[in-house]
Design a binder for this molecule. Structure first.
Ligand code: RB5
Length: 150
């Protein structure tokens, strides 16, 4: 599985922990920055990861900013992206089972390191349930197409 990860200065510390976890899982990781605590603009890094997911260059993406809110807003502008801002194991699991989320957004100033690593583990290993949930995702795709054609 190819996973892209990105953050701003509010998420850089947590991203380091997530990178270590992803490495231990033997995944192919593409770190799209930022790499230090200097102030940057989260849309720049959110767009890099979301563009890669939208284009099918990676299977999944993980985005971390201070709250996770800005990153999820940016990522959901890209066609085919379903970015979920999660706060615990339950929301991370449900975002895969019911929403087939392809980007996980986390707040580096909100969620503690151990909870976040648990969420990432769960999120990467939980399959989409399909069935009635696929019909709902199809509706989202239709809405996206109609919004883009306005
Ligand atoms: C940066 O200070 C902060 O606004 C950003 O990390 C994020 O929380 C935005 O949603």
């Amino acid at each position: 599985m190819r996973v892209a990860i990105g953050c701003d200065h509010g998420g850089v510390e947590l991203k380091e922990g997530i990178l270590a976890l992803l490495g231990s899982l033997g995944l192919e990781i593409i770190d799209m920055g930022t790499g230090d605590c200097c102030s940057v603009d989260y849309p720049d890094y959110g767009a890099k990861v979301a563009r890669a997911v939208s284009a099918g260059e990676v299977d999944k993406g993980i985005l971390v900013c201070g709250t996770g809110i800005g990153m999820s807003i940016v990522a959901n502008k890209f066609p085919g992206v379903r970015a979920a801002l999660c706060h615990d194991a339950f929301t991370a699991r449900m975002s895969r089972m019911h929403n087939d989320a392809n980007i996980l957004a986390i707040g580096g100033r909100v969620t503690g390191r151990e909870v976040a690593l648990d969420m990432v583990n769960i999120w990467l290993s939980t399959p989409f349930e399909g069935g009635r949930h696929q019909k709902r995702l199809d509706k989202i795709s239709d809405i996206e197409k109609s919004a883009l054609s306005v």
